[in-house]
Design a protein around this ligand. Structure first.
Ligand code: ADP
Ligand code: MG
Length: 293
């Protein structure tokens, strides 16, 4: 479990706070999506969770952040890395090996995984990420999306209790993005791994995550399960989050008092909403046409 209490952080030399008074609890087994416009502080929050803030990026740090009871200020990044596996936004900077299987083996050996488990973990991680055929390829010959999968596979092979990913689908096409999220869901469902993912594609988040956290200007402005957060369409828009069109339509209907249910975010929910709106509007229209006769 991760507990964040009144966390504020300002990078050294900066006058503005990148994080301001963040309060958040992330229970074991959570699948949390973090969304917000560029510069909102998402990556900085992820650096707080893996200890890079303040151990690698110095600055003014207030409040408290604990990871499975480890205090991030007094623990080093290596101790935190045993709890949290991170996949960074800059994937090239993360890669250490030149061949795919070596990238995964490197981490396994570093974490002193027993020799007899190594081969199985390597094969599992490769096949779960859908990249078994890339095993002996050089990393520099891969596409951005393939590299992303290698990076995730290398982290998942370590089976940390928590996996933190910063915009893992940034370079991926829609199908590969969906595959990555399906893979993350499997890790969450089958191994109970806590997943924290920063992601701009709201539809992917709505489909897969258990909870959403929305950031704006360093603050956490909304947090809750998907329907609860998507119900705040105006707040999301004001924070620069691209909400699904069907949600926007729902919020327009709600303003006109035509619809009172939860705001939809999937097409299926949109259909249900339309059914309600139409069945409610129809008698009213008939009445008015009678009145006109
Ligand atoms: N290494 C850094 N040094 C100084 N300021 C930074 C650094 N990284 C990010 N920032 C600033 O912190 C704020 C939040 O950035 P960031 O966490 O990267 O946002 P996001 O990931 O949501 O786009 C921005 O104003 C950004 O310019
Ligand atoms: Mg970022």
């Amino acid at each position: 479990m991760i507990q964040i209490k009144d966390l504020s952080f300002r990078y050294r030399g900066s006058s503005e706070y990148a994080l301001s008074r963040i309060n958040l609890e992330i229970p074991d087994g959570d699948f949390l999506g973090i969304i917000g416009s560029s510069g909102a502080g998402k990556s900085t929050l992820s650096y707080g969770i893996n200890g890079l803030v303040p151990h690698h990026f110095p600055g003014d740090f207030y409040g408290e952040l604990t990871i499975n009871g480890l205090d991030s200020l007094s623990s080093g990044t290596e101790a935190i890395a045993q709890e949290v596996g991170s996949v960074f936004q800059d994937i090239d900077a993360q890669m250490v090996a030149s061949v795919v299987e070596d990238e995964i083996l490197f981490g396994l050996e570093n974490f002193r995984v027993p020799r007899e488990e190594i081969e199985e973990r390597l094969e599992n991680a490769l096949s779960a990420a859908g990249i078994a055929e890339l095993k002996t390829r050089t990393i520099r010959s891969l596409s951005g999306g393939q590299k992303q999968k290698v990076a995730i596979a290398a982290i998942t092979a370590l089976r940390p209790g928590i996996i933190l990913l910063d915009e893992p689908t940034g370079e991926l096409d829609p199908q590969s993005s969906w595959n990555i999220f399906a893979y993350l869901k499997e890790l969450n469902d089958q191994y109970g791994i806590t997943i924290i993912v920063i992601e701009q594609k709201i539809l992917l988040l709505c489909e897969f995550v258990k909870r959403l956290a929305v950031m704006d200007k360093g603050a956490l402005i909304l947090e809750g399960d998907v329907p609860a957060v998507m119900g705040h369409a105006d707040t999301l828009k004001a924070a620069g989050v691209n909400i699904p069109r069907v949600t926007e339509l729902g919020s327009k209907f709600a303003v006109r008092n035509w619809y009172h249910g939860d705001l939809p975010y999937t097409l299926a929910q949109g259909e249900v909403m339309m059914g309600q709106v139409l069945s409610w509007k129809q008698p009213a229209q008939e009445e008015s046409s009678h009145a006109a006769l």
